[in-house]
Write a protein that binds this ligand. Structure first.
Ligand code: ADP
Length: 503
């Protein structure tokens, strides 16, 4: 308040000292009190009472060293502070002080010397603030940052000079705080990156976007490079001025190495898959031509065996006729095998043009191919169900499943087989073939879909071991799925799923 300005009405009549006393008394966040030149307390405000716990009549007249810890008292700290304040006009400090109840609080203390007009020391004004909570928060933060060893956490001033350094930074980059605080952070960059101006660009973009994040090579103290992931954030003070930057760096060389290894493995795998695909294609081409070429001599064997039986059957004895029957039987089995192999390579090799096929019709065709009508076979397929498929392949697949279902039941038991079909919520249509036959142990569920994998000798249940391999290959090539539910003695359900189509 200057003398030229009149006092407001509510203050009129008050002396400025009185006004000042009211002000000091209203302050409760700061302890404000006066000391005589020797350090005895001469006044005491409510803030002082709140922070330190003494009432005015308990404390006035006492020496202010009462607020200090014993050790500091012995070291002469209170007097030292007064001497400095008397000499320099002001003394500021932060440290532990003692309350009336003996507990400690973290204080910010400012002592100001008060002189009269002639320069004679009248005493000291002392303002103390309780910063215990702020200090605790800072301490928690410091412990957090200090405890982190997996990340380098450090701060830069606005020009990029390092101002703090945590143990993680020391571990990752190799510098102790003494060596690095005060240096420019560009020393972590490779000469190429420094040349390209990357350090400045990083700070610039952090400022522009409030954040910079990136990965790259950085250099350790020992000159070794490591692959790092970095986050830089600008720090603004309460007035909105740039205070510096925080930088968090993680050494992710291991991850990078792992990624490179994975990539290398993937490349190797790709080469192997390509080799294998080529071998498979060659094998398939080979088996196709072998099967194809076998057909002609087979037909000749069958033809001549039949002719021999017809023309000279009555001249042959029982044993010779038996041999002839064996030859015929073997020829029939072999031609079935050749037929199945050809079918398998057709499903594997040729282009399968997919289109909408009504499932009911495909089942009907497959059942027709069984020959004589099977009495134990029940088909229930809703007419509205269509799938995206290759018609002939789908018929072949269903035929294989149904003929297996009719075949694999205990001797003398009449087969009971059901063919059902339903739309699934996943956009597929599932066709199931369920029998009450001999069933299959779970450990064989996968292997029976491989070529030539059979669980029986040819005597019990004749077959080639190719039927389910055709199912697998055909369904895969029509972008469908397949599976089975079965246990020995409890029958089997083979299912296939194909994408639903509109009829
Ligand atoms: P094949 O029927 O010519 O033997 P598949 O490839 O069709 O060849 O079947 C392979 C094997 O899977 C069969 O030999 C049989 O052991 C088993 N199998 C297939 N379907 C059934 C079924 N419905 N019930 C029990 N076993 C089956």
């Amino acid at each position: 308040m200057t003398r030229t300005q009149p006092l407001k009405p509510e203050f009129s009549g008050l002396h400025s000292e009185e006004l000042f006393r009211h002000l000091v008394n209203a302050v409760t966040d700061y302890a404000i009190f006066v000391l005589d030149p020797q350090g005895h307390i001469a006044s005491w405000n409510p803030g002082a009472e709140r922070i330190k716990g003494y009432k005015p009549d308990e404390i006035i007249g006492k020496h202010f060293s009462i607020f200090y810890e014993e050790e500091e008292k012995r070291a002469g700290k209170p007097d030292f502070e007064l001497r400095v304040a008397a000499r320099e006009g002001r003394f500021e400090d932060e440290g532990w002080r003692v309350r009336k109840d003996g507990t400690l609080f973290w204080a910010n203390v400012v002592i100001t010397a008060i002189h009269d007009d002639n320069g004679r020391l009248l005493g000291f004004g002392k303002i103390t603030r309780d910063l215990t909570e702020r200090r605790a928060a800072e301490e928690r933060y410091r412990l957090l940052v200090e405890g982190v060893t997996d990340y380098a956490i450090f701060t830069l001033d606005p020009t990029g000079v390092i101002t703090s350094w945590n143990p993680g930074a020391e571990r990752i980059k190799g510098y102790t705080p003494d060596e690095i605080i005060g240096q420019h952070f560009s020393r972590f960059y490779t000469p190429e990156d420094v040349e390209a101006g990357l350090p400045a660009t990083v700070l610039q973009s952090a400022l522009q976007s409030g954040h910079w994040e990136g990965e790259g090579w950085r250099v350790r103290k020992d000159g070794l490079r490591f692959w790092s992931s970095v986050v830089v954030t600008p720090l603004w003070d309460a007035r909105g001025e740039l205070y510096g930057f925080s930088k968090i760096t993680r050494d992710i060389s291991d991850r990078q190495q792992l990624l490179e290894q994975i990539k290398q493995h993937a490349d190797e795998l790709e080469v192997r898959v390509r080799d294998r695909e080529q071998t498979n294609a060659e094998l398939e081409a080979f088996s196709y031509s072998v099967s194809h070429d076998l057909r002609a001599p087979l037909r000749i064997i069958e033809g001549f065996a039949t002719a021999l039986e017809e023309d000279a059957g009555d001249k042959l004895d029982e044993t010779a006729r038996g041999y002839l029957k064996e030859i015929n039987g073997a020829a029939v089995r072999m031609s079935r095998l050749v037929q199945d192999l050809l079918e398998y390579s057709r499903v594997s090799r040729t282009e399968l043009a997919l289109g909408p096929v009504p499932v009911g019709e495909a089942v009907e065709n497959a059942v027709k191919q069984l020959g004589e009508p099977a009495t134990g076979l029940k088909v229930s397929v809703p007419a509205k169900l269509w799938v995206m498929a290759h018609r002939n392949t789908l018929v072949q697949v269903i035929f294989n499943l149904v003929s297996n279902a009719l075949k694999f039941h205990p001797p003398g038991v009449h087969p009971q087989v059901q063919v059902g079909c339903e739309a699934r919520p996943n956009g597929f249509v599932r066709l199931s073939v369920t029998d009450e036959g001999i069933g299959i142990a779970p450990q064989h569920h996968e292997r029976i879909f491989q070529v030539f994998e059979r669980l029986h000798g040819p005597d019990g249940y004749p077959g080639t071991g190719i039927g389910l391999a055709i199912v697998k290959r055909g369904i895969e090539r029509m972008r469908g799925r397949y599976g089975l539910i079965s246990e020995p003695g409890k029958g089997s359900t083979f299912w296939i799923e194909l994408p639903a189509a509109k009829g």
